[in-house]
Structure formats: C-alpha cells, structure tokens
Ligand binder design. Structure first.
Ligand SMILES: [Zn+2]
Ligand SMILES: [Zn+2]
Length: 161
C-alpha cells in the first residue's frame, strides 16, 4: 500500500490509497469511508467470492462502511477525469446504486457496496451476461478501431493518387 498523491476520495475528501486486491490495483478510501474506485471493467473481477485464501485487504475493505451516504454527500465527480458521475442501479433489481463515470467507465463504490454486490443474487446471476456484454463491447471497440484505421488508409491512398 502506498500513498497516492493524485486522488482524493470523491465522497469524504480523504486521500485515497493504492491497494492491490486479488491482483487488481485499486484506489480505496482505507482511512475514511471505505469507498473504492474501479477503472472500467476492474469491478467485474471482484464480483464473485474468491477461491483460495481470503485477501486481507479485501476483507478490510468489505468490512468498512460509509458515513458519507449518497443522500448527504452530493454529486460525485470522477477522480480520474472530473466528469460528474451518474448514479444508477448496478443491476436491474439489485437495489444497489453506484456512481459511474460515463466518460471513462470508472465506477465508485461507497463503503459496503462491494460487499453488497458480491452477495447480491441479481448480480451473481448476471455475472455471465455481464461477461458476454464486456466481450461484445471489447469487440465493438476493436471493430471501430479497425474501421477507422482503414478509413485513414483510404484517405491517405486517395491523397497519393
Ligand atoms: Zn472516503
Ligand atoms: Zn471519468
């Protein structure tokens, strides 16, 4: 764990710490509200209860709960790009509301929300659909990259003619 100079907790304004949980590096509010920042797609890796030895940092974060409730803390801004985040239900019928940056795909979980997500039947059930969605999205991005590269190539060859 090291102090990260760059990021401040969007909920309680304490300094976020860089922690490694299950081989994933995350920014977490370990000295404050227990909130955790996930870059796009990182959260999915921590969805399911992990096999093998429990991760002490994960256990610690799961145990922390948030004094900065969504009702009182106001709108959050993305710690990475500053975009105001949107609050939405994490999964249909999960009853868990998370903050997501639609610009960079980052997700902020308040303290306790990761635990709720990992134990939520709607989330567990949708793990597979989600994996599929992420594969589809990655493919879409890849296809778009190829398309743009081909267009650029075409433009370049037109200029040569
Ligand atoms: Zn905090
Ligand atoms: Zn962002």
């Amino acid at each position: 764990m090291s102090t990260n100079e760059g990021f401040t907790c969007p909920a309680c304004r304490k300094q976020l710490q860089t922690v490694t949980i299950c081989d994933t590096e995350l920014e977490a509010c370990t000295n404050g509200c227990g909130g955790i920042w996930f870059d796009a797609a990182e959260l999915f890796r921590l969805h399911r209860p992990t096999d093998g030895a429990p991760d002490p940092m994960l256990e610690k974060l799961l145990a922390l709960s948030s004094p900065a409730s969504q009702a009182t803390r106001g709108k959050l801004s993305c710690i990475k790009c500053g975009t105001p985040m949107k609050t939405h239900e994490y999964r249909e019928n999960s009853g868990i509301f998370v903050d997501e940056c639609y610009a960079c795909g980052g997700i902020w979980l308040d303290g306790g929300e990761l635990k709720a997500i990992r134990e939520n039947p709607a989330v567990l059930q949708s793990n597979q659909e989600r994996a599929q969605m992420e594969r589809d999205f990655a493919k879409k991005v890849q296809d778009e990259k190829i398309r743009l590269a081909e267009e650029a190539k075409k433009r370049a060859s037109r200029r040569r003619i």
